[in-house]
Design a binder for this molecule. Structure first.
Ligand code: HEM
Length: 377
């Protein structure tokens, strides 16, 4: 079924055109879908993550959520400075024009799954929701914990979508050169190309979507989820290093290896990493988690500019205890040291940070300093 004829389309478009004003969990207004889109509300992000976990349990949609996050972020072009022209994790993939790009075939189904969560947590941006869903899917499939930050702003109109052709082809004439063209443009390197390709340990390829893979195999004919397609691994809902083992061994015709997968064991530089990951799952998990986090931030415009880490969110909740302060300062200022006094400033500077530029290497320490001073105050 084409996207244009999908019964889902009116539903999606209705939400895209919805009111530009929403409320946060604390009842304040937020312009989450306006051109100057505010960052996601931390409380809502936390609850949305719990809802994503429930969705995963019910529908086994881990793979397509990972692909959705990757395809939103993977349009990034490091040679373009302006946002959103540079592409990347900005929620543009919710628009029909981008969903219709050939590389995105089938991703309308992922949007359909996430839309009720977006509706429930209107103060979470699409850009954050896509990346949160992808990282949560990896973790829930028993993969590594991804060190995420949030606060990505959304583009607001379809005209801000990137042009077609920024994502990789599975069967280009020269797969290694093509992967480097595309991933280097995103600012990623050989190690990150190989590690990220390991996400194909999850999921299936469907000929009716991408044109690649068998209609079904012994590993996919019974689902879980919608049956069919061809997987790269036997247990395609478990995140582990079997993708690298299976491609290396090439012994099962029911398992898929796209030309861009196979080249990871052919190109000398890629091969070093692929061989390592095939024997060392810990090394794969470590490199994957780092590369995934980097991918999820590509091109994103954060509010606050450095993004909200888990620590920032904890501090936000902590500070909510004091309602009179909540009315006068926003959570971003609190996270960045609005309780700065002579004492905290001295400690922070002694450790190499400044009030408006907290210690870059130890964000958590900044929060502890702010918290201690807060209690004295
Ligand atoms: C290296 C270049 C890449 C190419 C050429 C490529 C290509 C493809 C293709 C053709 C499919 C099948 C889509 C379908 O028929 O439904 C697919 C699926 C998938 N891709 Fe990639 N991909 C690449 C990189 C990545 C990366 C970097 C990630 C994540 C970090 C990723 C995650 C996935 C997942 C999870 C699926 C399974 C989706 C599902 O089961 O619904 N891919 N990819």
């Amino acid at each position: 079924m084409s996207i244009r004829s999908s019964p889902l389309l009116p539903h999606i478009l209705r939400y895209q055109k919805r009111s530009l004003i929403g409320t946060t969990s604390s009842g304040r207004f937020s312009t989450f879908a306006s051109p100057k889109c505010a960052a996601s509300d931390p409380d809502q992000l936390k609850s949305a993550r719990e809802d994503i976990k429930e969705l995963l349990k019910a529908t086994f949609c881990h793979p397509i959520l990972v692909r959705l996050g990757w395809h939103d972020a993977g349009t990034y072009n490091k040679n373009i400075e302006e946002w959103p022209q540079r592409g990347g994790a900005n929620g543009s993939l919710r628009f029909e024009i981008e969903l219709k790009h050939g590389a995105n075939a089938g991703l309308v189904n992922a949007l359909k799954l996430l839309q009720p969560i977006k509706d429930k947590y209107s103060a979470v941006t699409y850009a954050d929701l896509f990346q949160l869903a992808s990282a949560t899917a990896i973790e829930e499939a028993r993969g590594p914990k991804i060190p995420m930050k949030h606060g990505r702003m959304d583009v607001s109109v379809p005209e801000e979508c990137p042009e077609e052709g920024r994502l990789p082809d599975a069967g280009p004439p020269s797969p290694a050169a093509h992967l480097r063209d595309v991933f280097y443009r995103m600012g990623l390197n050989d190690k990150e190309i190989v590690a990220l390709s390991g996400a194909h340990t999850l999921g299936r390829s469907r000929p009716e979507r991408s044109g690649w893979g068998k209609p079904e195999t012994k590993y996919t004919k019974d689902g879980p989820g919608a049956p069919g397609g061809q997987s790269w691994t036997v247990q395609w809902l478990k995140f582990d290093n079997s993708y690298f083992k299976d491609i290396k061994e090439k012994r099962d015709n029911d398992l898929l290896a796209l030309p861009t997968d196979a080249v990871l064991f052919e190109d000398p530089s890629f091969k070093d990493y692929a061989e390592k990951y095939a024997v060392d799952q810990d090394a794969f998990f470590k490199d994957y988690a780092e590369a995934h986090a980097k991918l999820s931030n590509l091109g994103a415009k954060f509010d606050p500019p450095e993004g909200a880490s888990q620590e920032t969110i904890i501090l936000h909740k902590f500070n909510q205890r004091s309602s009179w302060q909540q009315n006068t300062i926003n959570w971003k200022e609190r996270a960045l040291g609005c309780y700065e006094t002579k004492d905290s400033s001295r400690i922070r500077k002694g450790l190499g940070g400044t009030p408006d530029k907290p210690l870059p290497t130890n964000y958590f320490l900044n929060i502890i300093i702010s918290s201690l001073v807060f209690w004295q105050f």
